[in-house]
Design a binder for this molecule. Structure first.
Ligand code: ADP
Ligand code: MG
Length: 403
């Protein structure tokens, strides 16, 4: 198949590769290097083919000059040197006019990482607006473009979609792995298929809920988004996070009405209080008072959800059952993950916080697939395609990728 890295003519060529090195960094130290490790297959393949390698990535949000200080990719250079056991060059200025000359003098297997592409956004949003001149300058640095940043593939930026317009392009191994896994496990899931969704705001997840309802047999809801559904059913949710938008509530009512058999909501919860930090209480869902804030699901809900999990072959988890970052409200998320692990189903986890919670509670190696895509994963599940891949591959080419 065309457009896959293995079918591209890259021998001894200068290859520009876009990775997702958007890793958490504190005091110059990388806290989680999963994304860097994920890039090694592609990097090693390029090295084996004697390519000269120019790497691009974004890191964090860069809106001001100040943001640049804490979002430099420099710590990633050091990590790559250790992982690959070789020199890795770094250019602090992505638009340095001598860069093209510099790249020409590189030798086969040399690696050059350019500084955070989002630095180009200050002040004129050149990266995020897919500026054509910037795209063409970046493309001029190489002969082939490899898109291997799955988590950035839902954005049409200069360093993703822009460069692909100017060069023969393909997807890298990490993007291929993601697409193949999402296709296999979630686009045509082994049924019964249960989707478990939690997290904060229903507004952020409505499209995903609607897309998943078309595919799944059960939809188990929790977290802040379940509060809005409870509110639509006229339950009092007190001071909990829930939508106030009457159009959304109307929409949720319709969703509930049309999917009565599929949707499950919490029966019991752990609440905090709007005025007392230390107050927490177990409550049935019809016992919520005006100051109560629902922060986690209770044991009866977990028992009910476990029955649906046991009946399923595939489970997709997005979001968290409660405010898992606070130990007082972490039990629901932790217990749900334990239930999922014990029952050895096909379990795919997607969404930034869902994946973080899996790592946080020590279940990193216990599930079928952890999608590293965050928002891109969700967008792929909703729309079935991604703008950063569209410019390289057609949908029918993606469908036949294999895990
Ligand atoms: P993901 O990143 O997996 O898509 P979200 O970002 O939607 O998930 O949700 C995770 C966030 O939702 C966490 O920060 C968590 O604290 C918050 N959250 C979960 N339950 C509640 C709740 N009942 N009230 C307020 N926030 C919640
Ligand atoms: Mg999140």
């Amino acid at each position: 198949m065309k457009k896959r890295l293995e079918s591209m003519d890259i021998k001894e060529k200068t290859v520009i590769v876009r990775f997702d090195y958007n890793v958490p960094i504190r005091d110059g130290k990388i806290l989680d290097d999963t994304k860097i490790i994920d890039s090694l297959d592609t990097l090693k393949y390029l090295l084996k083919n004697d390519c000269k390698i120019v790497i691009l990535s974004h890191l964090g949000k860069v809106k001001t000059e100040e943001d640049k200080i804490k979002n430099s990719l420099e710590p990633v250079v050091e990590k790559l040197k250790i992982l690959l056991n070789q020199e890795v060059y770094f250019s602090r200025d992505i638009l340095d006019p001598i860069l093209p000359e510099h790249v020409k003098t590189m030798l086969p297997k040399d690696i050059l990482l350019l500084e955070n592409t989002r630095f180009l956004d200050v002040p004129n949003k050149l990266e995020s607006n897919c500026d054509i001149q910037i795209s063409s300058f970046l493309a001029s640095l190489g002969e082939v473009f490899v898109m291997d940043a799955f988590a950035s593939s839902h954005r049409a930026h200069a360093s993703t979609v822009g460069i692909a317009k100017f060069l023969p392009s393909c997807i890298g191994f990490s993007v291929e792995r993601e697409l193949a896994a999402l296709n296999k496990f979630l686009m045509s899931p082994e049924r019964p298929f249960t989707v478990i969704m939690g997290g904060a705001k229903v507004e952020d997840k409505l499209e995903l809920i609607e897309a998943m309802l078309k595919k799944c047999d059960h939809l188990l809801l929790a977290g802040g988004l379940a509060n809005s559904f409870l509110k639509a059913l006229n339950f009092d949710v007190g001071s909990s996070l829930a939508t106030n938008d009457s159009h959304i509530i109307e929409n949720l009512k319709n969703i509930l009405l049309n999917n009565r058999e599929k949707i499950m909501l919490p029966l019991d919860v752990i609440v905090g209080s709007s005025y007392d930090e230390s107050y927490t209480k177990y409550k049935k869902i019809n016992e919520i008072e005006p100051d109560d804030m629902i922060y986690d699901i209770g044991v009866k809900t977990l028992e009910k959800y476990k029955i649906a999990i046991l009946e399923s072959n595939t489970i997709f988890l997005n979001g968290t059952m409660g405010v898992y970052e606070d130990i007082k409200y972490s039990n629901g998320t932790k217990e749900l993950l334990r239930i999922l692990k014990e029952n050895e189903k096909i379990v795919v986890v997607g969404g930034g916080d869902a994946v973080s919670s899996v790592k946080y509670f020590g279940y990193k190696d216990d599930f079928t697939y952890l999608s590293c895509g965050g928002g891109a994963t969700l967008e792929y599940l909703i729309n079935g395609h991604l703008v950063g891949i569209d410019s390289i591959m057609e949908e029918k080419e993606i469908e036949v990728l294999d895990v």
